[in-house]
Design a protein around this ligand. Structure first.
Ligand SMILES: [Zn+2]
Ligand SMILES: [Zn+2]
Length: 182
């Protein structure tokens, strides 16, 4: 069972189910809120158990097409959760998890909004110019896009995983998305 908490401990939680691998989101709202890109796993809403929530507050993300709200600790300022309205899943900032997480980074979202102060070097991971699915917002809570990590916590193959023969490269994925093929 995974556990995690904010910096001061006024918010702590347990995860009683599988966790999706981590997606990095470069959107402007994540960057403003986290201070830089976000890194989120996602779990079924019912699998997230708040052990301590005296510090937990929610803030409605201003321009989210999914009417997302963001959970943070009012005592220490840690950013912890992202939740789209009516979704069955909730995203958890991966940096708040206790190690070992057993997770790996699986892709980059919203690369169309990458900041001008850093380079997104080619790490072989899939990229989306925006989110996934409808393309209308960051689908960082989707559990169906990427299978959850191995819950046994065994060491995974080295990463980042390069596309295999016949698999689309990141650039091809981007090109496809521009043409609305994804
Ligand atoms: Zn705190
Ligand atoms: Zn984002």
């Amino acid at each position: 069972m995974a556990t995690g908490r904010c910096l001061c401990g006024a918010v702590s939680y347990e995860v009683r189910g599988p966790m999706r691998d981590v997606l990095m989101c470069h959107c402007i709202e994540c960057r403003r809120w986290h201070g830089h890109v976000s890194a989120y796993t996602a779990v079924a809403r019912d699998d997230l158990v708040l052990v301590e929530q005296r510090g937990l507050r929610w803030f409605d993300s201003p321009d989210s097409d999914l009417n997302a709200r963001r959970g943070f600790c009012a005592e220490c300022g840690s950013s912890l959760f992202w939740e789209g309205a009516g979704r069955a899943t909730i995203s958890i900032a991966a940096g708040t998890l206790d190690a070992p997480t057993g997770l790996r980074t699986a892709g980059h979202w919203y690369v169309s909004q990458v900041g001008d102060y850093y380079e997104l070097s080619d790490d072989g991971l899939p990229r989306r110019s925006r989110g996934s699915g409808s393309g209308s917002d960051s689908d960082i809570t989707s559990l169906t896009q990427i299978p959850p990590s191995n819950p046994t916590g065994r060491v995974r193959s080295p990463h980042p995983v390069r596309p295999g023969p016949g698999e689309p490269t990141s650039q091809e994925l981007l090109d496809a998305e521009r043409e609305d093929r994804i």
